[in-house]
Design a protein around this ligand. Structure first.
Ligand SMILES: [Ca+2]
Length: 127
C-alpha cells in the first residue's frame, strides 16, 4: 500500500487491508481465493462505486458529496449503489463538472451503469 495521499485513498487502502486480513485469518474449508470487495462492503448511508459490474473490483465508499473519486477509481466506475437518503448525480469531471452521467434515487443500485456512463465518472453529489 502506498502512503495515504487523500482520505479517499485511505478508504480504498482500508478495503484492501480488510481483504488481506481475511486472507490471513482462519483457513477456510475450501481453497477459494479471498472474495473481492463487493456490495457487502458498502456501509449504510454511503455512496459506493466499483470498477466492475455487479459490485466487484476496486471499490470506493464515500458520503453524499465526493468532489474527486481519486486516481484508483477515476473514469473506472461500472456499478454503483446509493445507500444515502439523497438523490445523487454522478459527474463526468471532478468538482461536479461536465455531464451528469447518472442520476440515482436514494437506495437505488445499478449493477451496470451502461455504456454511456461506463468508465467516465469522476465525482458525485446531491442533486
Ligand atoms: Ca470499470
Amino acid at each position: 500500500m502506498k502512503s495515504k495521499r487523500t482520505a479517499m485513498a485511505s478508504v480504498i487502502a482500508g478495503a484492501c487491508l480488510t481483504g488481506a486480513l481475511a486472507m490471513t485469518g482462519a483457513t477456510p474449508a475450501s481453497a477459494a481465493p479471498a472474495a473481492p470487495a463487493d456490495w457487502r462492503d458498502c456501509p449504510a448511508n454511503s455512496v459506493c462505486v466499483w470498477d466492475h459490474s455487479n459490485y466487484t473490483g476496486a471499490f470506493l465508499a464515500g458520503g453524499v458529496n465526493v468532489s474527486n473519486v481519486g486516481p484508483t477509481l477515476n473514469d473506472r466506475t461500472t456499478s454503483l449503489w446509493n445507500r444515502s437518503g439523497s438523490r445523487i448525480c454522478f459527474y463526468q469531471h471532478s468538482n461536479y463538472g461536465g455531464e451528469v452521467l447518472a442520476s440515482v434515487a436514494p437506495g437505488e443500485s445499478r449493477p451496470n451503469i451502461g455504456s454511456h456512463a461506463n468508465d467516465r465518472i469522476s465525482s458525485w453529489g446531491t442533486c
